[in-house]
Design a protein around this ligand. Sequence first.
Ligand SMILES: CC(C)(COP(=O)(O)OP(=O)(O)OC[C@H]1O[C@@H](n2cnc3c(N)ncnc32)[C@H](O)[C@@H]1OP(=O)(O)O)[C@@H](O)C(=O)NCCC(=O)NCCS
Length: 404
Amino acid sequence: MTHVQSGPTCTQILAWFGADVIKVERPGEGDPTRGQLRDKPGVDSLYFTMLNSNKRGITLNPKTEAGKKIFRRLIEQCDVMVENFAPGAIDRMGFPWETIQQINPRMIYASVKGFGPGPYEDCKVYENVAQCTGGAASTTGEIDRVPLVTGAQIGDSGTGIHLVAGILAALLQREKTGRGQRVTCAMQDTVLNLCRVKLRDQQRLDLCGVLQEYPQYPNGTFGKAVPRAGNASGGGHPGWIVKCKGWETDPDAYIYVVMQAQAFPALAKVIGHADWLDDPDFSTPNARLPRLTHVFAEIEKWTTTLNKMEVMAILNPLNVPCGPILSMKELAAEPSLRNTATVVEVDHPQRGKYLTVGNPIKLSDSPSDVQRSPLLGEHTEEVLRDVCGLSDADIQAAKAQGAI
Ligand SMILES: CC(C)(COP(=O)(O)OP(=O)(O)OC[C@H]1O[C@@H](n2cnc3c(N)ncnc32)[C@H](O)[C@@H]1OP(=O)(O)O)[C@@H](O)C(=O)NCCC(=O)NCCS
């Protein structure tokens, strides 16, 4: 019972792990993402196909009489029910948690909502709302500029992945107790969990008044809340994005360099600053803190003489942690990601071949085989017969009612 991104992300991972995932969609329309951001007329969008692989698809309206009976049967037969509709939607269909538990005490009922219990619990939430209300936007962006959202879907996909962990824990628990339970994940909570280091910094700021590793130190000013810090590292070693050769025309000609303390001597030498190693202003991490802008500017003088891959090839053997800014174009073509099935080409009967991101979680005994997403209602009859035990006459009657 999932739509859009957060719920489908969760069930897609479960499907990759081998679950028989039955996606239940509204007859006639289906998941709204089938028709959103379409690149080919009349064909399921990439938005949909990339979030619903390895699932079977049925149409069913649990608001009809016949639909309620079938939905009840599904609850009896299935192990896990996942939903991410607006608050109260499943209750309004006549299936609150108490009813689900009565029908199948072993059922694990997992939900994504925008907020947990509190003043906002009834609100509908999309990705960027979660990024804004969970602390990500406030702490992301250029110094003294507007808050920024990130392209990584930490609210939607992030919450779906958190929900997977809850479902697997509940399944393991059910093995011991025989009882199912309710699993809930709020998108605000997930984003805050992923912004944990920023709540760390808030408490450090409250105590110390400054954050020494932030670019605002020592010349800028700190307010009462953790500020946006450009590309500063969130960890114990300073880092920054520096330009590489070709940056004037290539928007991705950059590399992130982490100035890890133990690798600093090698980094200083390779950029032509062996002098820093004997200079008390630069020789220790604490001495460098107020001079980070200057140090990264010097590093950049060197990186702009090389392309980002050359920089990486030189810095990696020196144990300097660094990462080129890789575009989607580069990632789509990266052979190593194809070899590990992280980027997979799938064939679809309507749209032909397309790329998707495969399972990023690798199990040695259980590799994931990525299959295309289902067409709307593709498996309705097969599931109603095999899982719900309906006869052909029952199926025809449900069809006549518009239940399927
Ligand atoms: C994502 C979200 C904002 C979308 O809102 P929306 O498009 O207005 O959709 P809603 O979830 O409100 O409503 C879905 C409706 O379709 C109905 N519906 C869903 N599946 C159905 C089916 N198979 N048959 C009949 N009706 C169905 C629901 O019952 C609901 O109707 P109701 O409001 O009359 O009870 C909202 O679902 C939400 O906040 N979800 C929780 C947070 C979340 O997951 N957000 C991220 C999405 S990536």
